[in-house]
Design a protein around this ligand. Structure first.
Ligand code: MG
Ligand code: ZN
Length: 350
């Protein structure tokens, strides 16, 4: 009798050990193209301050793709989301053509709630790395289909047209029966659905300088409130997508404005983690964009003169800032694939 009770408790404990009270929340924040120069420029433009100064643990990530030192966002997104190096342009598939499971999916299997927020489309390479497996990042309609079949609980981003104006004439928003797809932040906040999607734009969202509402921080705050109410641990990826686009455009004002919005959003995550100590925040980049250098500037005004080396990406290492539960794992110099393995370790999955 006592023995069977023992087995019940032990085996029950084994089978129901998913999403224990001590499983940490993870907020992974990716500034696309956000190298140290982008952070420096954004910090100067923000009165020489960034919330990243509050992060106690700093590391460096080696961003190269499988064959090329210079990575794209698909290969580096896959490395961080799925833990393996792959070819540029490929999402969620390794060099042996094997489909990879992402940290978001591993978290789901362990009872986590999940969310994705981006200032690009939701089918763009970085967010797609967390739910899609495609040989080309340009297969947006296929990525949208895979998104519609994913278990992501909350998503906010552009790209509605990939779901409803499709060559196969399918309406994926209708097909996503369990997801309440809403039109704006107010409706997102009001919805009591278990799964909510918010399309911010039909296509690519514009830059802040071209009129996008600077409300990434509010999107994060609203999503954190939803997740907090679920009383389960969560995994949330937030991307400042357009820091990269400013780098491609060799436009320092584009970079700094997008950085400042991202920085404010990191501040919201930091406040959450300060009030919820069982939370791990990781802030990093997938690569540097533009080969940016700040070559002149004034300390009174923080006006800067910038120099760019390329309209593409570079192979320089990028910083990793971490805060909270298990943040010590992220000190040191390591491959970007280790970000996946360290997150797995943080949630206690081998
Ligand atoms: Mg991106
Ligand atoms: Zn880029």
């Amino acid at each position: 009798m006592k023995l069977s009770l023992f087995y019940f408790v032990v085996l029950g404990g084994f089978f129901f050990s998913k999403a224990q009270d001590n499983s940490p929340n993870i907020i992974l924040m990716i500034g696309d193209g956000m190298g140290l120069s982008q952070i420096s420029a954004g910090m100067y433009a923000n009165n020489n301050q960034t919330v990243l100064e509050d992060f106690p643990v700093i590391g460096l990530s080696k961003t190269q793709a499988l064959r090329n030192l210079v990575t794209d966002s698909a290969a580096s997104g896959t490395a961080m989301a799925c833990g393996e190096k792959t070819y540029n342009g490929v999402i969620g598939i390794n060099q042996y053509n094997k489909e990879l499971k992402s940290i978001l999916e591993i978290c789901e299997e362990n009872g986590y709630k999940t969310g994705l927020i981006a200032t690009s489309t939701i089918v763009h390479a970085t967010p797609a790395s967390f739910y899609a497996n495609v040989v080309s990042r340009k297969k947006y309609e296929e990525i949208a289909l895979q998104m519609s079949m994913s278990e992501v609980d909350y998503f906010i981003g552009g790209g509605k047209n990939y779901f409803i104006n499709r060559t196969d004439n399918r309406n994926l928003i209708k097909e996503m029966e369990t997801v309440d797809v809403v039109k704006n932040l107010r409706a997102f906040k009001k919805s009591s659905a278990d799964k909510i999607g918010l399309f911010t734009y039909d296509n690519d969202p514009p830059s802040l300088n071209e009129g996008r509402d600077p409300i990434l921080a509010e999107y994060l705050a609203a999503t954190l409130e939803k997740l907090d109410n679920r009383k389960k641990p969560f995994f949330l990826m937030v991307e400042g997508s357009q820091i990269d686009w400013g780098g491609h455009a060799n436009d320092i004002d584009y970079i700094t404005s997008e950085f400042i919005e991202f920085n404010n959003t990191v501040g919201v995550a930091l406040n959450y983690a300060k009030n919820n100590p069982n939370t791990l925040i990781i802030v990093t980049a997938d690569h540097e964009t533009g080969g940016l250098a700040i070559i002149k500037g004034k300390t009174q005004t923080f006006e800067m003169e910038a120099s760019f080396n390329t309209s593409g990406h570079t192979a320089t290492m990028v910083p990793v800032f971490s805060y909270g539960k298990s943040s010590g794992l992220f000190a040191g110099i390591y491959q970007n694939t280790q970000i996946f393995h360290k997150m797995k370790k943080a949630i206690g999955v081998n």
